[in-house]
Ligand binder design. Sequence first.
Ligand code: HEC
Length: 208
Amino acid sequence: MSLRSLHLPGVLALAGASILAAYAFAPPRPTPAASDAAPAYAQNGDMLPPANYREWIYLSSGIDMSYLPRPADMTMFDNVFVNPPAYRSFLSTGTWPDKTILVLEAREARDKGSINQAGHYQGTEIMGLEVHVKDTARFPGGWAFFDFDSPAANGTLIPSRAPCYSCHLQHGAVDTTFVQFYPTLLPVAQQKGTLSADFLKESAAPAK
Ligand code: HEC
């Protein structure tokens, strides 16, 4: 018997076994998703969902911050997360590296439930999910926004004429992001001297 025929059935049996095992024991295949190291895209330019963003670094929550278009009778929280490699880089440089992925998740603020008598807590339903991603080889200006219908679906690129870009550019304290509202990062940016000139001017102006 040749060496080849001796080994071949074994290899096939092994391959067969692992295919079977994959069908029998593997959980349903997860939707392809961006890792925490870098954004990933579908062929049509959509962004793959940052599926495990809830395990990333938590930056802040805002409640009813007024730039969010929303019906007047709905109170909302927004929660901001960032991919861990970008967060670590920010701590040492005071600004964002290429491949930064920031996620803004909106949730309904609820007030009646369980023992709660006053104040608000967050509902389980995600009302909105937006991503701000830095990918300098891909986007003119370095950054882009994507809108996601759900944490499991691909996100759509928001065109660069949308007000997202101008507000973030004019008012974001560091590199088009709202570091002035992220309490663990603002002191880092202050210390590293990375706050934008516009933000410094804005915060020096007398309050209206
Ligand atoms: C009028 C100003 C304004 C506009 C317009 C705006 N944003 Fe923001 N954005 C903010 C502020 C303020 C925060 C900080 C939120 C917080 O502290 O919770 C923020 C935070 C974010 C974040 C978290 C990461 C970061 O960059 O700081 C994302 C993602 C985001 N916005 C997406 C969008 C998208 C998408 C649009 C357009 C559909 C948009 N924003 C339009 C003011 C704005």
